[in-house]
Write a protein that binds this ligand. Structure first.
Ligand SMILES: Nc1nc2c(ncn2[C@@H]2O[C@H](COP(=O)(O)OP(=O)(O)OP(=O)(O)O)[C@@H](O)[C@H]2O)c(=O)[nH]1
Length: 392
């Protein structure tokens, strides 16, 4: 049974573009536990697309009044033109007020507003149009208003969203379609309503798949951009982005943020004695050993060469020190001669070290790491005085 489930899962994930691993496939279902850098990039893309859409709607919505003017009786045109102006104003406000901040909640809000404006427009215009007895060309144009929900649902396809995020947007749109029909209960034509609703559900399904497929490509691209190719841990560039993100969150929420510089000891001798390839393998073993002892939420990055930077959000200095003692106590893998690979570590914490900028925090941790080296290596330094005892 387990094997069957494994085969099915394997086949399904094989359908996904971008060669996602099992964890990443789950990221297509729900935003929960997505990497903060992916969430940040997604939030930027979503807000930028909301603004593009809103700009197009702000221009096109009032322009359509010209067509309405030709085909509709004056009172109906007047009412619809007023609504179009209000909607265009709301779209323009979205373009002006929303800037991509990298915050996913902010991006959801922008999307909800983008979709709420035409949804309200649709529900109200549907009411008004059904109260007029339209014939000929005006009836044909009036019927065109009923396509708005279809356009909205199809528009979801341009956003890189997870399955559940898409559902959260699709459900209210389908519900408002039902609501619009119920409000005009008298004229309800059940077969045509059921047909239209079925078509909407199909479009929603296709848009959901399109959004997830965009997200899959984005996950693969972000992974390539943020990972160090040798060890697979975060690269220095992404470390700086993470520090920027976590630093500002910690400053705002007044929460602790610890960073640890982990510099492998006497690494040059591995290269010199056993060759560069053996050195690479030792680096991979070290990053694996550190990764395995991390708590979820801690982020390991390769700062350069044989130097790693561990970012520990919401962690006070004594807790960070205890975590690093546990880690270095086990050794960071083995050297080719079988002895333990050790490291010199410098730790700094935002509140304890009064560092409001992440650059200061890095500087302090780096200085302490050099103190650890000077004091004989294989030790952890958490203050600006030389350490006196090795780890083992
Ligand atoms: N194999 C391999 N070696 C690397 C890589 N990046 C940096 N190095 C090597 O790491 C070594 C770092 O040497 P040093 O800075 O002298 O430091 P160390 O020998 O670890 O000595 P201490 O830091 O003082 O304990 C150099 O020989 C670099 O060539 C890499 O990606 N692969």
């Amino acid at each position: 049974m387990n094997r069957l489930a494994h085969i099915i899962w394997h086949r399904l994930t094989g359908l996904m573009p971008g060669e996602l691993d099992a964890n990443e496939v789950l990221w297509l279902i729900s935003p929960h536990q997505q990497s903060p850098l992916l969430a940040r990039r997604r939030a930027m893309v979503v807000v930028n697309r909301v603004r593009l859409f809103a700009f197009l709607f702000a221009v096109l919505t009032p322009l359509w009044s010209i067509v309405d003017y030709v085909v509709f009786p004056f009172p109906l045109w007047f009412f619809l033109a007023g609504m179009r102006l209000v909607a265009a104003g709301a779209f323009a406000a979205l373009v002006i007020c929303y800037k991509p901040s990298g915050n996913l909640l902010n991006a959801y809000r922008a999307m909800a507003l983008l979709f709420a404006i035409p949804t309200v427009f649709y529900v109200v215009s549907h009411q008004v149009l059904t109260s007029f007895d339209l014939t000929g060309m005006s009836a044909a144009i009036g019927a065109g208003y009923a396509f708005l929900p279809f356009v909205l649902l199809a528009g979801l396809a341009i956003f890189p969203l997870t399955f559940l995020e898409n559902l959260a947007f699709i459900a209210p749109m389908l519900l408002s379609q039902v609501l619009a029909q119920i409000l005009s209960w008298g004229q309800l034509n059940w077969p045509s309503f059921a047909g239209a609703f079925w078509l909407m559900a199909l479009i929603a399904g296709v848009a959901n798949l399109a959004g997830m497929s965009q997200l899959a490509f984005m996950v693969a691209l972000v992974r390539q951009a943020i990972r160090d190719p040798l060890t697979g841990v975060h690269s220095r560039r992404s470390a700086e982005e993470i520090l920027e993100l976590y630093g500002s969150v910690a400053n705002r929420a007044e929460t602790p943020l610890s960073v640890a510089f982990i510099d492998l000891d006497n690494f040059k001798s591995i290269n010199d004695r056993y060759g560069h390839d053996e050195g690479d393998r030792a680096l991979r073993r070290a990053s694996k050993a550190i990764n395995e002892s991390l708590r979820s939420g801690d982020i390991l990055t390769r700062w350069g060469g044989e130097e790693f930077l561990l970012i520990m959000p919401n962690t006070r200095l004594p807790d960070a020190q205890a975590a690093l003692e546990r880690l270095t106590g086990q050794g960071l893998g083995r050297r080719p001669d079988g002895t333990l690979l050790t490291a010199s570590v410098g730790i700094a914490e935002r509140i304890h070290d009064k560092a409001s900028q992440w650059e200061q925090l890095i500087e302090i941790a780096d200085r302490r790491m050099y103190l650890a080296k000077q004091s004989g290596r294989n030790r952890i330094v958490v203050h600006d005085l030389a350490a006196d005892a090795p780890q083992d």
